[in-house]
Design a protein around this ligand. Structure first.
Ligand SMILES: Nc1ncnc2c1ncn2[C@@H]1O[C@H](COP(=O)(O)OP(=O)(O)OP(=O)(O)O)[C@@H](O)[C@H]1O
Length: 589
């Protein structure tokens, strides 16, 4: 199915050093050894021919993934390591060619939209990256070659909602990469989490792909003997060295000749991994023997032409927005639990609020002033906490966004605005309904009918501001749990300096900037002003509360408060957008 004649990949003088772990440092200190960087891979060389299937094997920590990432040019994952060496594609230095246009990379985790069907997942990428005339044919080809026809209309599913099997999911991940017709395909531990039946099938699939001309390279943890039998070539890593690289069956003979025969009826992979693991005192001696017995030297490389470099279609922002928007809507409609929860949760909230505060604000005395201010405060706080969590959708999709950026499926700007145009409106609509019901039910001012609309406008700005903050945190903090823990703190800080708990005059000068950044300061002032600008002081009496604008120290006019709030919305969302750009830049190849 590939249009390629395949490519040969070679690496020379590949060396990796990395920091010691705390335990390693302790051990070295106790043995009086120097505490400098450890060598993970030492002067490795190798060559993998076009259209072959190679499995990189080795014990845990031997550097399999590091080698794969180095070959696949996944620089981000090598951060923190000192890496040197050169990679050649068909004899050309990798840096001289558009390597990312001929390479596909399948991550260990399958990060696919769970609510989409297999066909929809493939179609999404195909429509964005392939010309109109070819995408449909290409999707069908991928489905056929990866034997996905039985599940093409099934939803992908996830941990809580079962969908297709783990093996099928992995094949979908491979299929997404196959759409661009890669000449070389890298897979990081593709059989992890799969049962032996699915693992064997997957390995057969990979071998079949290599037979179509694609150079397939994967790392594998602990293959069983059936899986091992399907390997064409193996590259064995141990003790920082390449212990063997070549025909999988020859590997068994090679170690047999060195005096390490594979015991009868045992799994050859287990035997080889045991030989490469530091499980006894003879490890160093064994590794030295393996190193000497295998010459990985790569000599003169012949320069060969690289046929057919894939040129992805450059979709416009509008096309991308529409595709992403459709995906959001589908995901939204199919995620019935979330939909139901939002509807029931908000209905319960309206009912409870009305039961507690029904008509509480309708009076004209000082008590009514406090009630009105209290209800307004409650609405703003409740909505902002709800909205800051609405960015959870970003958290759910962060890994998928990274995968899609690595393969340049769409531009980050399209993703950002698709969330704003297609995801936010549903929440905003619910919020508007909630506010209308509560506003009318508790008896906030309707002396001027515009007041309710102005209040709704203020609430929408608060919602957009809080969403922006939530999005910024989720995108810029690598740990998602830390990001969701930080969100309420950020809201509390803004509340603290908004003017309700500490009077503006009592805020220390060096913390005054927090006051100016608080969305509650402006929304609270604007909402109070909106509420009390039709207030009849004469009916209220002489109490200090009867002049609410003065009592609450509101000095900025309603219009200016709204303008500042709108500027905050733009600034915070721009910050979130910059964070998204930065995330994309790290992973986009
Ligand atoms: N970015 C990094 N920063 C620091 N150390 C790293 C980094 N990446 C890998 N290492 C270290 O390099 C060594 C090799 O890691 P690598 O993930 O390549 O091993 P592996 O053979 O794939 O292991 P496993 O089978 O457990 O996934 C390990 O000791 C690991 O801790």
């Amino acid at each position: 199915m590939s249009n390629h004649t395949g490519v040969e990949i070679a690496w020379k003088n590949f060396e990796v050093k990395g920091p010691l772990t705390k335990t390693e440092k302790k051990k070295r200190k106790m043995s009086g050894l120097p505490i400098d960087d450890k060598t993970i891979i030492r002067n490795a060389n190798g060559i993998i021919s076009a259209g072959t299937f190679t499995a990189i094997l080795g014990p845990s920590g031997s550097g399999k993934t590091t080698l794969l990432n180095f070959l696949a040019n996944r620089i981000y994952y090598l951060k923190g390591l000192k890496v040197s060496g050169e990679v050649y594609i068909n004899g050309h230095s990798r840096s001289d060619i558009d390597f990312n246009s001929i390479a596909g990379y399948v991550m260990q985790d399958d990060v696919i939209m769970e609510t989409m069907t297999v066909e929809e997942v493939l179609t999404f990428t195909a429509k964005l990256r392939l010309p109109k005339e070819t995408w449909k044919e290409k999707v069908d080809k991928v489905i056929n070659s990866l034997e996905l026809h039985n599940c093409k209309h099934s939803r992908v599913g996830g941990v809580l909602k079962k969908g297709i099997s783990g093996g099928e999911k992995k094949r979908v991940s491979i299929g997404i990469e196959m759409l661009i017709d890669p000449a070389i395909l890298f897979l990081d531990e593709p059989t992890t989490g799969l049962d032996s039946y699915n693992s064997e099938n997957l390995v057969k699939n990979m071998r079949n792909l290599s037979k179509t001309g694609i150079t397939v390279i994967c790392t594998i943890h602990q293959p069983n003997s059936f899986i091992y039998a399907n390997f064409e070539n193996v590259l064995l890593l141990g003790g920082g060295n390449t212990a063997f690289h070549g025909d999988a069956q020859q590997a068994i003979l090679h170690f047999n000749n060195l005096g390490y025969p594979c015991p009868k009826f045992s799994n050859p992979a287990e035997h080889l991994l045991a030989l490469l693991s530091p499980i006894d005192d003879t490890f160093n001696e064994r590794m030295e023997a393996f190193r000497k017995s295998f010459n990985s030297e790569v000599t003169e490389l012949e320069e060969k032409e690289i046929s057919h470099i894939f040129k992805a279609k450059e979709s416009t922002v509008w096309e991308e927005l529409w595709m992403l928007g459709q995906r959001i809507i589908k995901n939204f409609v199919r995620n019935r639990m979330i939909l139901l929860f939002k509807i029931i949760g908000n209905t319960v909230f309206i009912l409870l609020t009305l039961m507690a505060f029904f008509d509480i604000c309708s009076g004209t005395n000082a008590t009514s002033v406090m009630n009105r201010a209290g209800v307004i405060f409650f609405i703003l706080v409740f909505l902002s906490f709800m909205a800051v969590n609405a960015s959870g959708a970003y958290a759910d999709e962060k890994a998928m966004f990274i995968r899609e950026q690595a393969s340049k499926t769409y531009k980050p700007v399209s993703y950002f605005f698709s969330k704003l145009f297609f995801e936010a409106p549903f929440d905003l609509t619910i919020r508007v309904i909630v506010i209308f019901c509560i506003y009318l039910g508790v008896g906030l001012s309707l002396a001027n009918p515009e007041q309710i609309f102005i209040f709704v406008g203020i609430v929408i700005l608060v919602e957009l501001c809080a969403r922006g903050w939530g999005t910024f945190l989720v995108i810029s903090i690598p740990d998602l749990q830390a990001a969701s823990a930080a969100a309420p703190f950020l809201m509390i800080i803004q509340l603290l300096f908004a003017g309700f708990f500490i009077n503006y005059d009592n805020i220390p000068v060096y913390l005054i900037w927090l006051e100016y950044m608080s969305m509650f300061k402006y929304s609270w002032s604007a909402a109070l002003e909106n509420e009390f600008n039709t207030w009849d002081q004469a009916k209220c009496g002489q109490a200090v509360l009867c002049d609410p604008i003065d009592y609450f120290s509101i000095i900025i006019s309603l219009g200016i408060n709204i303008v500042i709030l709108a500027c905050l919305v733009v600034a915070i969302n721009f910050l979130a957008f910059l964070a998204l750009l930065n995330l994309s830049r790290k992973f986009r190849l």
